[in-house]
Ligand binder design. Sequence first.
Ligand code: TXE
Length: 485
Amino acid sequence: MEVVKSCSNYIGGEWMPPQYGGTTSSVNPANREEIVGQIPLSTKEDLDRAVAAAKGAQGAWRKLAGSQRGAFLFKAADVLERRLDEIGRIMTLEMGKTLTEAKGETARGVAILRYYAGEGMRKIGDVIPATDSDAFMFTTRVPLGVVGAITPWNFPVAIPIWKLAPALIYGNAVVWKPASETAVTAALVMECFHEAGLPSGVLNLVIGSGREIGQGLAEHPDVQGITFTGSNGTGKAVGQAAFARGAKYQLEMGGKNPIIVAADADLDLAIDATISGGFKSSGQKCTATSRVIVVKDIYDSFRDKLVEKAATLRVGNGLSESTWLGPCANEKQYETVLDYIRTGVEEGATLALGGTKPEDEELRNGYYVTPAIFENVTSRMAIAQEEIFGPVLALIKANDLADAIELANDVPYGLSASLYTKDIASALAFIQDMDAGLVRINAETAGVELQAPFGGMKASSSHTREQGQAAIEFYTSIKTVFMKP
Ligand code: TXE
């Protein structure tokens, strides 16, 4: 079987295979017989080299003016934009989302790079009046040093870039460990930085297992900050390892995001938002809608219309223009989704739609699941509590808005939440009472604006925020300066 593209580590400005480790394959989830790339399985020695390269480069990098660092990010954005179609296509091959979504995500990566390139010229401190009239007191910010970035497969361009770009613009050097499932896409993103002429060692890519390279980064004594997006279990281990040695950490983890449909909601808009939030990227977004809490007065008509519309969604290969949702991104995710669907049925919920392997012969070799809608779901069921990360919605009936908000809050997570209503008092109650980092009125749970803070409450994050100007809080330390003549 032909391999589309192989990739290697990028350390100290050079592409290099792992010193001792072997390789594994990145598989196309739309057709498990197609190998997208050969992926290095790096070892601690490779990681040590990368951290040493970053440490060596950081001193000179931090001394550049912010605008000079920004110039490299502007160049990387131009290269990424030029290679958008190619990178989008590889992303679809590696993790299955539709080509439209993959290109859209790559375009988002370009915009994030430009946003942070501009940050190099914005303010980083405040002047604070001192009680001593002779003194001049102000704050400035300094980089952490070497930052480790551990990224997942669900947004293989946007998530890394929203970590790498702020880390770099504020003067850090970076060692990046991408998810192996999307390592080829990661290598292409790295190529863009290389082509932009980023100085050697400032950004390094080490591909390998989570246990070896991810955990190794979290434990590495020369890494001062760890930024992670992924599952809760892994995130906790990463946070604990960083905390144990006094390093800074930032964790973005799961969600169990609700959409509440109030009695006065515009049903068509709410249905579109439910479908888009629940099934785009096959539900594999941390902000994906997974619980649909509908006030009882309109429950039956909402359910009927939702099921009718969701039944028309076309499952297929993400490269095909007629496809609305692609496969699950990998075998593990596929098995997890099918397991949750079985669990839901065992728990007594009823499948109003889908949740099966499609019958189409052409899809036989892929990790496809048809969009699933459960009803008769109670809040205590596993399918209403745990992150599934697949095209599965749980419909829950609420007595009224207050009951709906209580149900919405009845999970360990608090990332994103949405309410459909025409009533301003309902909107205000929801804004106030909903425990979520992103609260959205008449908009789906899964929208993120790159210039605004992003992150969750409760178990969804380490209570830190990414994106926009909020990113400066993690990637820098404040230095308070008190100066007398
Ligand atoms: O995640 P992992 P997986 C959730 C989602 C999904 C589940 C499992 O529910 O079903 O996680 O996905 C690296 N030390 N999300 O197994 O393992 C790993 O190599 C350090 C939600 O893929 O958390 C990858 O680079 N790092 C999420 C990254 O951690 C380790 C997005 C994430 O992988 C490691 C993805 C270790 N011991 C999954 N083990 C979101 N919130 O968007 C693995 N890694």
